[in-house]
Design a protein around this ligand. Structure first.
Ligand SMILES: Cc1cc2nc3c(=O)[nH]c(=O)nc-3n(C[C@H](O)[C@H](O)[C@H](O)COP(=O)(O)O)c2cc1C
Length: 224
């Protein structure tokens, strides 16, 4: 049986995915009769590594459900595949100072026609996604709008997930700044440890919906 998870051989991170695929669970049958295996390209950008962790989690989930997933880190343009040979494209990126990774923007801009032509979604990782204030939600909306404007791509679906506070990965100034931002929002401020705010169950649900049977768009009822 072919491997359900495969990666870019030249990328150390993607190689890890390859190994995970070989050792990981390979389902013998699909859970529901209607499930059709989907060949997914999952492209991500990450600055401190948390979106990479999320990409690995999503890939493992989709593989477990019988789909095939190729993951690729946008920062290594030499190993980025063409989306044209995939059934679906999932793009994930994290917010830093209101922006997503420029390598992700470049990838989407170059490939937007191929991305549009297949099932597609954008996964936004941020700390604001963990906040309940309307201002944080509005801020994220503006980040996505700016991303759409810069890429020329309106994703079929946008999903927001809370990221992590990785104090151990920050330099002195960033750690001080992130502690202040977290403190103002009632978040964790003990910089001796890291915090994951990610709701993994919600992400699993997102992965299942993304690869699940496609439903026709809902149309407004016509006037009688
Ligand atoms: C320097 C810096 C700036 C950030 N700026 C924002 C921001 O503007 N809005 C937000 O919601 N989260 C912000 N975050 C939080 C990141 O989106 C969050 O830590 C995410 O998990 C990072 O994912 P990554 O490790 O894959 O890059 C920032 C984090 C850092 C370190």
């Amino acid at each position: 049986m072919s491997a359900y998870l495969f990666g870019c051989a030249r990328s150390a991170r993607s190689l890890l995915f390859q190994l995970a695929g070989r050792d990981g669970p390979v389902p013998q049958a699909f859970r529901h009769g209607e499930d059709i295996p989907v060949k997914v390209l999952l492209v991500y950008g990450t600055s401190e590594g948390h979106t990479y962790k999320i990409a690995r989690f999503l890939a493992a989930r989709m593989v477990q459900n019988g789909h095939r997933v190729l993951t690729a880190d946008c920062s290594d343009a030499s190993v980025l595949p063409e989306p044209g040979t995939f059934d679906a494209v999932l793009v994930a990126a994290s917010v830093h100072a209101g922006r997503y990774q420029s390598a992700v923007i470049d990838f989407v801009r170059r490939n937007r026609d191929a991305i549009r032509a297949r099932r597609n979604a954008f996964l936004s990782i941020s700390l604001s996604a963990a906040a309940s204030e309307a201002a944080d939600r509005a801020g994220l909306q503006r980040c996505v709008e700016e991303f759409e404007r810069r890429t020329g791509w309106t994703p079929g679906r946008v999903h927001h997930a809370a990221g992590a506070l990785r104090y151990s990965a920050y330099g002195f100034v960033t750690r001080w700044m992130m502690k202040r931002i977290a403190g103002r929002r009632g978040g964790p401020t003990d910089t001796r440890r890291d915090y994951e705010l990610t709701d993994w169950n919600d992400l699993a649900k997102f992965a299942d919906e993304f690869t699940g049977p496609e439903r026709p768009p809902v149309r407004a009822p016509t006037a009688a």
